[in-house]
Design a protein around this ligand. Structure first.
Ligand SMILES: *[C@@H]1O[C@H](CO)[C@@H](O)[C@H](O)[C@H]1NC(C)=O
Length: 233
């Protein structure tokens, strides 16, 4: 009886392995073959293997250095927009060789007082390095504490935003700021809070949002009538 219990406990422990990022690859690489992946999408799944996660692998013999290469991250993104920020993502869509590797990066440019607004990456932890300028950054822990953990960062400072948590970066200096973020997914995804809540398509019923935010429907209607720009490229 006791040994049966032990087996149950051991089985439960064995099946509770946590995947903290994209699953790890079972081969050296699987360079995304965008062409055949798109062909699969267009022709339906019955003619080709199902895309379980990510893209079909390119024939390893056809792979070359260009599949692992991106150039241009030295160029600042244009921050002349309402948020005063611009995210240049270098993910699997830019480097096909990132497919299955569970990693990507981004350059974030900030105009003076520019903001990368509260957002979450549903599939990635982020580690941010400030290259230039001064950023006020923070994230909020989950319910019920919802604690804001924040810090002012200068050039050379590194800060971590745990997977899934809402976070932001604000340039509180009067000069431009630049940061490089590493992300633990080939395709971290971005959910900008304001855009998702007030700019969804179709709109979430204003009565629902009025109740959720405990404000008058007019406040919601005003927010829903705004243009919620996306600073991600
Ligand atoms: C970000 O910068 C790039 C490169 O200058 C530009 O093409 C893009 O439109 C900018 N995006 C936003 C949201 O301003």
């Amino acid at each position: 009886m006791a040994s049966a219990m032990l087996i149950v406990v051991l089985l439960a422990m064995a099946s509770s392995v946590v995947l903290a990022s994209d699953p790890s690859p079972l081969q050296d690489f699987c360079v995304a073959d965008k062409a055949s992946s798109e062909l699969i999408m267009l022709t339906g799944y019955f003619m080709f293997p199902v895309l379980v996660n990510g893209f079909v692998c390119k024939n390893p013999m056809d792979v070359n250095a260009e599949d692992f290469f991106f150039s241009g991250l030295n160029k600042p993104g244009n921050t002349d927009n309402r948020l005063g920020s611009n995210v240049t993502a270098v993910n699997v869509n830019k480097i096909a060789g990132l497919n299955t590797l569970g990693i990507s990066l981004a350059r974030i440019d900030f105009a003076p007082y520019g903001l990368n607004p509260p957002h979450t990456h549903p599939r990635a932890t982020e580690v941010l390095t400030v290259i230039e300028g001064t950023l006020l950054v923070g994230f909020v822990t989950s319910n019920p504490q919802n604690r804001l953990i924040f810090k002012v960062l200068n050039a050379g400072d590194v800060f971590v935003f745990p997977e899934g948590l809402i976070h932001f970066q604000f340039n509180r200096g009067h000069k431009n700021a630049v940061a490089i973020a590493g992300l633990s997914s080939q395709n971290p995804g971005v959910i900008t809070v304001a855009n998702a809540v007030f700019g969804s398509n179709p709109k979430i019923d204003d009565g629902i949002l009025a109740k959720a935010f405990q404000v008058d429907k007019k406040v919601i209607d005003y927010l829903q009538s705004q243009f919620w720009m996306d600073n991600n490229n």
